[in-house]
Design a protein. Structure first.
Length: 397
């Protein structure tokens, strides 16, 4: 049962293969004068584009885990999920590269998940350290990715259409691999090629509701005091991969399964309750796409998929029938760990108890990784080179 579930998950990851997705879209792309690839899938996307357009100047920004040599391209490594000095170098390099284009020239932008942190160009008056502090606060507040990106866009010269603004008067085409449930282009990598999610004052409202406004640096508060966002020139955009498409690929690989049309989103505790409710309906194979959130209350090690899996294991204790549940990140990395997520079953809690762990205490400090490691339930895929959010599978015997 567990092996079958891993195969189904891998089918979803394969559908998000960035090289294949770019290759399929390239017949509709006009020969570019510059290629900019940004995100966790940037290497594979750029390699596919350079195969079609050899010799085109190419700048690639990705994370260290997905780094690779790429003939004909400059590769810069940024930090993720918190920006670092490499992210600042990348943001400056990207803006400088597109700014050199002139009227009549074209840029091909290849955008994938993770770009928000991997390339940063803070708003005037904001330092990298101050913007990184805001990112850390956002990550620990349990906000969804759209809310976080709204704030990030308004503290950036690159995001919220900044790349497209800087590129003008040259024109831009964009191929986008979505890591955002619902595929809002303004939320993917914080939308460098599309208008922002909202104006600065709306970002301030998000921070106030999360009780973060008084905790962010003063320079960031000043940057968010503007009423309106700058206009963004139109960009020809195509979505080439997404969480929905990967979930549908899992369905095609799992005869008799049901794909829940409502993504598995929100707080992990609420998501676990929803999964448990489906399990109570009896034997079934149910699939989801989505992306949950975790409010950090402790200093433990883990990620949203691992914590969701543990909470599902606790909720299904005593179900009275065999079951298994998989939750994994399509990028192969769940939070700051080397696991993609977890695959738990009706024996997980017994294995955790035998190893001497206290489940409730671990959940209270967000420390899911050690328990799942002891139970042999970590989902280990290695970096996949793509990112289209998370996939979940529930099998009830």
């Amino acid at each position: 049962m567990r092996d079958d579930m891993i195969e189904i998950f891998e089918a979803g990851v394969r559908r998000a293969d960035p090289a294949a997705a770019v290759t399929d879209a390239l017949p509709e792309v006009t020969t570019p004068d510059l290629i900019v690839a940004l995100g966790k899938a940037a290497i594979a996307m750029a390699r596919a584009a350079l195969t079609r357009f050899p010799g085109t100047p190419c700048l690639v920004v990705t994370n260290p885990e997905n780094a690779a040599e790429l003939d004909g391209a400059r590769v810069i490594l940024g930090g993720h999920p918190v920006p670092d000095a490499g992210s600042a170098e990348a943001g400056t390099a990207v803006l400088d590269a597109v700014e050199r284009l002139t009227e009549g020239q074209r840029c091909l932008a290849l955008i994938s998940g993770g770009g928000s942190a991997l390339a940063v160009a803070p708003a005037p008056g904001v330092t990298l350290e101050e913007k990184a502090e805001v990112s850390r606060l956002l990550l620990g507040a349990g906000l969804d990715v759209t809310a976080m990106n709204l704030v990030r866009q308004n503290l950036s010269r690159l995001k919220g259409g900044g790349l497209a603004r800087t590129c003008a008067p040259a024109t831009m085409q964009a191929l986008i691999l979505s890591d955002v449930v619902g595929d809002d282009l303004a939320a993917i990598a914080s939308g460098p090629t599309v208008p922002p999610l909202g104006p600065p004052l709306q970002a301030r409202a998000v921070l106030e509701r999360a009780d973060l406004w008084g905790r962010i640096p003063e320079s960031c508060r000043r940057a968010l005091a503007r009423d309106v966002a700058e206009p963004v020139p139109p960009v020809e955009t195509r979505l080439i991969g997404s969480n929905r498409l990967s979930a549908e690929a899992m369905l095609a690989a799992a005869p008799g399964a049901t794909l829940d049309p409502v993504p598995l989103e929100g707080d992990v505790a609420e998501a676990a309750a929803r999964v448990a409710g489906r399990a109570a309906d009896g034997p079934a194979l149910t699939l989801w796409g989505g992306e949950t959130t975790v409010v950090l209350r402790g200093d433990g090690r883990g990620g949203r998929n691992q914590e969701l899996a543990l909470r599902v294991a606790r909720a299904l204790d005593g179900l009275g029938r065999p079951w298994a549940f998989l939750s994994g990140g399509t990028d192969g990395r769940d939070g700051p760990t080397d696991a993609a997520g977890a695959l738990v079953d009706d024996g997980t809690l017994a294995r955790i108890a035998a190893a001497g762990f206290d489940l409730d205490a671990a959940l209270a400090r967000n420390d899911s990784y050690p328990l799942l490691a002891a139970a042999g339930d970590l989902l280990m895929t290695g970096g996949t080179g793509t990112n289209v959010a998370d996939l979940q599978i529930l099998r009830v015997g």
